[in-house]
Design a protein around this ligand. Structure first.
Ligand SMILES: [Mn+2]
Length: 330
């Protein structure tokens, strides 16, 4: 088990009065939950803390605000220069989005993360790919520092664990992950409602979009790869939003015989595509993603592709499928 050196981060926190926490763009339960737990701890130390997010918090995670009292600040709000900026669950500098300036302006820059492929963009980095979630790292840190755990902190931390592990089901789950989860249950009691809020509780529009998704799914490599591309009109026809398609990559990977899934969505700008990859033991998609300028974990990774004169999306798609086929050991 890798023992992390928390001292530089601990010292930086000690010297800072105003701390800004920066979860990654399209923040998920781990990025927001980890930031929330850390923020509550820092506030209890008398620190002024801002969690600056790129987009409004997804509906299904809004309980972090209502039940744990976390405040997330959108970039349009003026945030003063921080003494310390901590990128939370951010694998790559680009995943700070428009908040790069907030990060750059801070006197001291740090990062807490669990992604294998790391962009070394922060002088103080605590990154351990063995953690199933960044939340597992936050748990380790707060325990080492002797934090007083509260129910809101437990809600935040448990959210990070549950969402990044598919309810403690993925291969990234270790005994330490379960121990962190168990500790949160000891503090907060029944937290099964977090599972319901984040995994069940599907909207009608999500179900409508799921029907479209299954109908549009194509198979490659003799059924070993599932490919799905959803465009703006697919979302419109289902009355769905981006949030409704979260989990689609995992949903496709779960089809019998499928080892790798590719799920493509439109990016923010024209000609931009967001690709998420999921795999089982047959393939390390973080390696493939890195070759295409993306990153992530062995079983879950992402790429952003921008089409230009050099390469169209169709060419990119073919290149990606070919590469995934080659790298598959089944
Ligand atoms: Mn994470």
């Amino acid at each position: 088990m890798t023992k992390m050196n928390w001292t530089p981060l601990r010292n930086a926190i000690g010297e800072a009065a105003h701390i800004v926490l920066l979860p990654h763009i399209y923040a998920d339960g781990d990025a927001l939950g980890s930031s929330g737990a850390l923020a509550l701890f820092l506030q209890a130390q008398g620190k002024q803390v801002t969690i600056a997010v790129e987009e409004a918090v997804q509906d299904k995670l809004s309980f972090l605000c209502t039940k744990a009292g976390i405040q997330f600040t959108l970039p349009e709000t003026e945030t003063p220069r921080a003494d310390l900026a901590i990128a939370v669950d951010v694998s790559d500098y680009a995943r700070l989005g428009s908040r790069k300036t907030l990060f750059d302006r801070a006197k001291v820059k740090a990062r807490i993360d669990h992604h294998g492929v790391s962009g070394d963009f922060a002088p103080i980095t605590v990154c351990n790919p063995d953690w199933a979630a960044t939340a597992e790292g936050i748990y380790e840190f707060l325990n080492e520092i002797g934090a007083n755990w509260t129910v809101p902190m437990a809600i935040c931390l448990y959210t990070g664990l549950v969402t990044d592990t598919g309810c403690f089901a993925y291969s990234n789950v270790r005994p330490e992950t379960m121990k962190a989860g168990a500790a949160m249950l000891e503090i907060a009691g029944d937290l099964s409602w977090i599972y319901r809020e984040t995994f069940e509780n599907k909207t009608k529009s999500c179900i409508a979009l799921t029907a479209v998704a299954y109908a549009k799914t194509e198979y490659e490599a003799g059924g070993r790869i599932a490919y799905l591309q959803l465009e703006a009109q697919d979302y419109d026809s289902a009355g769905a939003t981006d949030e409704d398609s979260e989990g689609f990559s995992a949903m496709l990977r779960a089809i019998q015989g499928v080892h790798v899934s590719i799920f493509v969505r439109d990016g923010k700008n024209p000609g931009q595509y967001r690709i998420s990859l999921r795999s089982d033991e047959a393939s390390d998609v973080s390696k493939v993603a890195a070759e295409f300028g993306g990153g992530g974990h062995a079983r879950a990774a992402g790429i952003t592709f921008v089409s230009d004169k050099e390469e169209t999306f169709t060419q990119f798609k073919n290149r990606l499928i070919t590469r995934l086929k080659e790298g598959m050991n089944v």
